[in-house]
Design a protein around this ligand. Structure first.
Ligand code: DAH
Length: 340
């Protein structure tokens, strides 16, 4: 039995030397030390030994076990270090390699203009409110005093969702919502998307953006309207900017006007961009809120008056940044958007 044990020891140690991965070691451990392993088998046959031999063989068997276990531990440790070293080598970091720059996003020029407008009006004491893009026909047309035969109501001009729901054609219905809330006085602006059945060209898109402004209080006059618009145009485009009011007609205001601003390229001197007129394209529509509109919202026009204006935000962005084509704002070409 002694020889058997010594032979087993030598064999196990030799085999262990040849191991190259943990699985090999485990196999050997099971082969020799496992429940059905060779050493265990030998120990089982101890019963056939004499009383004197038994302790000696027991001792030797335990020593052999300890030696093999030790060797397993050592070789495992060495293997682990080797694996770790190989891993370190393969994952080494070359800090001289050029890095990968993450793409950094930015605000869309339209959103920049929208936020600039909102913060400008907030500083002037206005509330910024929101309105839905799907509106009732009554908010979008009826209560804004639009006659039943007004061309803008036509199905060829407006996206109808049902008989009495439309994609709002302007932000003016937010005025109705503000007035119907019943809190007076009102000083509010509202920005958002608007929709019209328009073909796409350089200055038109079926989806565009507007900002609405409404002030309702006692004693509000056309002079207040002109002054507010003049002030905010100077804040937005620069103090040299002039405004020009041309009489116009809107169902919801009386009197009504359209407002032009100086051509931002020649500052009013006259250049090819403004056809020599010194004025850039119309910026907004405005007027004194029609008494019918006030009445539709439960406000007494004998006590209160109001002014309002509505402005194309896309247009403001185009004037401000010299963008010649509205399509550029909606194509989301990063090379274009990167410039702002
Ligand atoms: N809603 C008009 C449009 O989309 C613009 C407008 C004109 C708004 C006069 C107003 C206003 O508030 O008073 O063409």
């Amino acid at each position: 039995m002694k020889e058997q044990l010594l032979k087993l020891k030598t064999e196990a140690l030799n085999q262990l030397k040849e191991c190259i991965e943990n699985a090999d070691i485990e196999k050997i451990r099971v082969q020799y030390l496992g429940k059905k392993g060779e050493l265990t088998q030998i120990l089982r046959s101890m019963g056939s030994l004499s009383e004197e031999e038994r302790p000696e063989m027991g001792k030797l068997a335990n020593e052999v076990r300890a030696i093999i276990e030790n060797e397993i531990k050592e070789i495992k440790g060495k293997l682990d270090t080797k694996v770790a070293e190989a891993k370190l080598k393969s994952e080494s970091l070359d800090i001289t390699m050029p890095g990968i720059l993450p793409e950094i996003g930015r605000r869309h020029p339209l959103m920049q203009v929208k936020e600039e407008l909102e913060s400008l009006f907030m500083r002037m004491g206005y509330d910024v409110v929101d309105g839905p893009e799907i509106e009732t026909v009554s908010n979008n047309f009826d209560d804004l005093n639009a006659p039943y035969d007004h061309p803008s109501r036509d199905k060829s001009d407006t996206f109808y969702i049902s008989e009495d729901l439309v994609l709002r054609t302007h932000t003016s219905p937010v005025e109705i919502r503000a007035m119907k809330e019943g809190k007076l006085p009102i000083r509010m602006v509202s920005t958002g998307r608007t929709f019209r059945f328009d073909d796409v060209d350089d200055t038109h898109s079926p989806m565009f953006h507007q900002m609405e402004c409404l002030v309702v209080d006692k004693g509000v006059t056309m002079a207040n309207l002109k002054d507010s618009i003049d002030q905010f145009v100077k804040e937005l485009f620069g103090s040299e900017m002039k405004t020009r009011f041309r009489p116009h007609n809107f169902p919801f205001t009386e009197p009504s006007a359209e407002v032009d601003v100086s051509c931002p390229i020649c500052m009013g001197k006259g250049c090819p961009a403004c056809n020599g007129t010194g004025w850039s394209m119309e910026l907004l529509g405005c007027g004194m809120t029609h008494p019918n509109v006030l009445r539709n919202c439960g406000i007494d026009p004998e006590v209160y008056s109001g002014y309002a204006f509505g402005m194309g935000i896309d247009r403001v962005a185009m004037v401000k940044y010299g963008i010649p084509n509205i399509r550029l704002l909606f194509e989301n070409d990063v090379r274009f958007l990167k410039q702002f």
